[in-house]
Write a protein that binds this ligand. Structure first.
Ligand code: S3P
Length: 444
């Protein structure tokens, strides 16, 4: 389905809004709820296509799930041995998190399953997950390292100690989920800390998970007990507004109930180092995760060298941060971010191309980008038409660039915004972005 954005230039972002639920946490709430004993109640669930794909996969695996109804989902857990074989393949849509975590979970089942995805997911690397699972005794076949992924019945996994070759929370989580079905203690060593939602939620479901610096471990055979999960608003979705309000003069915006787990807040740290004015209001705990309201006001930004240790903690926010860097005074350098090349699109190439379409040249490198920002309060982009490359975050990042453009910004191929941020156009319009969506159903 072809959709596009048409965004009028300039404006500012003001008011209060709550972005949809956290994608990472929504996926995990359904997965852990499904294999737990008892009924798990979820609130604030992301009704985006990615989390719905996970829900439908578990329904196909025999789990009764009610909702989503105004963000509420009820998962009737079947216990760790209660999933049932399906006749056809399990469709993960655009969701890399769904596919990779499911590989771990299904590797320990006594039945066969096949995972498929859309065009973008079908090009993404799965060998990084298949290999360590094979070392645990799983029988997994990929298509040259990519989906479809066929998982053959397991006659028992054994625990391993595995040093992750790249910082990836999806890989870590897949191995921990497989570890629940393995004999012995599974130990995962990370090269750098990554989001720890799986570890936190497993503990909330009664599993003994140990973590010490970059080493995470759990013993196989532990049962999960149903819990309630309050999903905070997604910081990765809030990031478009944090950047938008920072670069649009006169902005003053409050983003409500946003997850601020320290393994996710690299973008806050990077924006602050760039001079952004972001206040953390009423920090509190919700469902085992730290949350807060975030107040952001426009501020003059300056270019920085992004410290490499912040890269995994801000990995999904770089497309938006690149827009901030264009509006900052001086040079921003990002290195050590080669993982951006294997996301829903090659995000380094896709953003460089999109920014160039808006008249802004950047220099890309194998593992990052160099952006010479133009600073000031004036327009730094000009009218142009960019392509989202099936990637939700590219679409929304180019849309917010219009706040500092001298002419209309058009973005093609925006349908996948619905994977993580249903209602983006309405919320952004309400805050002051002059955005319209065009597509199969006409103007919205
Ligand atoms: C995610 C981990 C990250 C991130 C993705 C969600 C997760 O991927 O980019 O959007 O929920 O675990 P990697 O593990 O590939 O870095």
């Amino acid at each position: 389905m072809s959709r596009s954005f048409r965004v009028g230039p300039g404006g500012r972002l003001v008011g209060r809004l709550r972005v949809p639920g956290d994608k990472s946490i929504s996926h995990r709430a359904v997965m852990l709820g499904a294999i737990a004993e008892g009924t798990t109640r979820v609130s604030g669930f992301l009704t985006g296509a990615d989390a719905i794909s996970t829900m439908n996969v578990f329904r196909a695996l025999g789990v009764e799930i009610e909702g989503p109804d105004d963000g509420r989902v009820v998962v009737h857990g079947v216990g760790s041995r209660g999933l049932r074989a399906t006749a056809g393949p399990l469709d993960c849509g655009n969701a890399g998190t769904a596919m990779r975590l499911l590989m771990g979970l299904l590797a320990g089942q006594r039945f066969e399953s096949t995972l498929v995805g859309d065009e973008s997911l079908s090009r993404r690397p799965m060998r990084r997950v298949a290999e360590p699972l094979q070392r645990m005794g799983a029988r997994i076949e990929t298509n040259g390292g990519c989906p479809p992924v066929r998982i053959l019945p397991s006659d028992g996994l054994h625990a391993i100690r595995y040093e992750l070759p790249m910082a990836s929370a999806q890989l870590k989580s897949a191995l921990l989920l497989a570890g629940l079905y393995a004999e012995g203690e599974t130990v995962v060593v990370e090269p750098a800390p990554t989001r720890d939602h799986t570890e936190r939620m497993l503990r909330g479901f009664g599993v003994d998970v140990r973590s010490d610096d970059r080493v995470v471990s759990l013993r196989g055979g532990q049962a999960l007990h149903a819990a309630s999960v309050d999903v905070p608003a997604d910081l990765s979705s809030a990031a478009f507004f944090l950047v938008g309000a920072s670069i649009a003069p006169g902005s003053d915006l409050v983003l409500e109930h946003v997850g601020i787990n320290p393994t996710r807040t690299g973008c806050l740290e990077i924006l602050r180092r760039m001079g952004a004015d972001i206040e953390i209001v009423s920090p509190r705990q919700a469902g085992g995760e730290p949350v807060a309201d975030l107040r952001v006001r426009s501020a003059p930004l300056r270019g920085i060298e992004v410290p490499p240790e912040l890269v995994p903690l801000a990995i999904d926010e770089f497309p938006a941060l690149f827009v901030a860097a264009c509006c900052a005074e001086g040079r921003t350098v990002v290195r050590g971010a080669e993982e951006l090349r294997v996301k829903e699109s090659d995000r380094i190439a896709a953003m460089a191309e999109g920014l160039a379409a808006l008249g802004f040249a950047t220099q890309t490198t194998d593992d990052g980008i160099v952006i010479d920002g133009r600073g000031g309060d004036d327009a730094v982009f000009r009218a142009g038409r960019g392509l989202a490359h099936h990637d939700h975050r590219i679409a929304m990042s180019l849309a917010i660039a219009a706040l500092r453009s001298s002419g209309i910004v058009e973005v093609d191929d925006t349908a996948n915004v619905a994977t993580s941020f249903p209602g983006f156009v309405g919320l952004a319009r309400g805050a002051g972005l002059d955005i319209e969506e065009h597509g199969a159903g006409g103007r919205r």
